[in-house]
Write a protein that binds this ligand. Structure first.
Ligand code: GLN
Length: 446
């Protein structure tokens, strides 16, 4: 049924870089065979999943949306892919994304754009736009995305699906093509909160292959799917509801606040005073880490190598000039500058200090509140091409999501209404490893 659906709508949506029908049918038959032979049926047995194309899949091309990696076939699978496999899930394809996950609209893919299933003149969000669009259009039942500054939550919000960025360290990053290693997390995109919990159950947990993976006792997240928010203390950071928010988005979020109140939660405005520094902090740290992580694409180790070069240095330069798109080059230049001798203290080191202040804002807020609530994005899905000419406008649209990554805390996007016919996502943010509580509160909207 999913492949019929892909056949019918993929021409309009463009969610997949690679489709894996043959592989999927073979896998589905194998899972079916195991079950017929008395094997255990897991909640994900036979479930069609799509995986963002920056997550390595053994034997299946993985491009990170970049010409630099076109033709790259990983010799191993990411831990999350192995875990999904072990749970019986079936990979139906690799999804489109902004190149190396740099972007908020999937327009920075080196290959093609993805369209929002609700209105194909609009972007699906990004960078996990292919994963969000695939789930929203019924081209997959579940999908994996990665979130460095909002790349799961914002496309989930734009496409009217549920998306979660887990606590830093809760899900293994082994096999995720690195963008900014101290911010990247893999997480689920799903049609509803229940599916999100089921996928989180399958992918989370400690992994010795990832040195930043946390040791913690992961609960059964489906145990939190109860309709009960009585007594929860929910703070709404006023900085996230400031001017610049589309009126329809504000209204949908205010209605969500009233709904929580009517169900017995305490909801009040609070403050995260360093929010105004979040964007500059993120746009120093993320490019700095990216410039270092992307140094490995030199034409020697993987993927593309420029054909005609005079010597090794010329080969490096031609490979990188031809292989990277303009947003990636912009980030490499920003990051290299921020890390260079003489500027390191003024930019990178300063950004790390401000990052601590931002984290402390959250620590203080969570002394008083169980959860924080905000819009995911100041607007609904914008028009294709609307922001491509102005990178600053594109960066500003990340204002509500990036602090969560800087602080390492979990965040979920859950559909809470519509503005001008387009879905609006509500963001709930929690204490580290409190994904269960996020799911419990988000379940209110199921
Ligand atoms: N939009 C942000 C950026 O361009 C976040 C991307 C992400 O989370 N991968 O960096």
């Amino acid at each position: 049924a999913v492949f019929d659906r892909i056949e019918a709508v993929e021409g309009k949506i463009g969610a997949f870089i690679t489709r894996t029908k043959e592989h999927a049918l073979e896998r589905a038959r194998a899972v079916d065979g195991q079950i017929r032979n008395g094997g255990k049926i897991s909640p994900l047995s036979g479930i069609p999943v799509a995986v963002k194309d920056n997550i390595c899949t053994c034997g299946i091309p993985t491009t990170a949306g970049s010409r630099m990696l076109s033709g790259f076939v990983p010799p191993y699978s990411a831990t999350v892919v192995k875990k999904l496999d072990a749970a019986g899930a079936v990979l139906v394809g690799k999804t489109n994304m902004d190149e190396f996950a740099m972007g908020s609209s999937t327009e920075n893919s080196a290959f093609f754009i993805t369209r929002n299933p609700w209105d194909t003149e609009r972007v699906p969000g990004g960078s996990s736009g292919g994963s969000a669009a695939a789930v929203a259009a019924g081209e997959a039942v579940l999908a994996l995305g990665s979130d460095t500054g909002g790349s799961i939550r914002q496309p989930a919000s734009f496409c009217g699906v549920v998306g979660m960025k887990p606590t830093y360290g809760a899900v293994s990053r082994f096999g995720l093509i690195a963008f900014a290693s101290s911010l990247d997390q893999i997480g689920p995109l799903a049609r509803d909160v229940t599916d999100c919990a089921l996928m989180l159950n399958a992918i989370c947990g400690h992994d010795p292959m990832d040195s930043t993976s946390a040791r913690f006792d992961a609960p059964d997240y489906t145990a939190f799917l109860v309709n009960d928010v009585r007594g929860l203390k929910i703070g709404v950071p006023e900085e996230y509801m400031a001017e610049g928010i589309e009126p329809g988005v504000r209204q949908a979020v205010e209605e969500a606040m009233k709904l929580f109140e009517s169900l017995g939660a305490l909801v009040e405005y609070t403050t995260l005073p360093h929010t105004e520094y979040a964007l500059p902090t993120y746009y120093l740290i993320a490019p700095a880490e990216a410039s270092s992580n992307l140094a490995r694409y030199d034409g020697v180790r993987y993927g593309r190598r420029a054909a005609e070069a005079e010597d090794v240095i010329d080969m490096f330069m031609k490979t990188r000039s031809q292989g990277f798109g303009s947003e990636v080059k912009r980030r490499i230049m920003l990051g290299t500058y921020a890390l260079s001798a003489g500027y390191y203290d003024a930019y990178y080191l300063k950004a790390l200090k401000v990052r601590t202040l931002i984290k402390e804002d959250f620590d203080r807020a969570f002394e008083k509140y169980d959860l924080l609530l905000s819009p995911v994005s100041p607007t609904t899905a914008f028009r294709i091409g609307e922001k491509t000419g102005d990178p600053i406008q594109m960066y500003l649209s990340d204002i509500c999501t990036i602090s969560v990554n800087l602080a390492g805390i979990p965040g979920i996007s859950v559909p809470c209404g519509f503005s001008g016919g387009m879905p609006v996502g509500l963001q709930l943010m929690g204490r580290p490893f409190d994904e269960g509580l996020l799911l419990r509160a988000a379940y209110t909207f199921e």
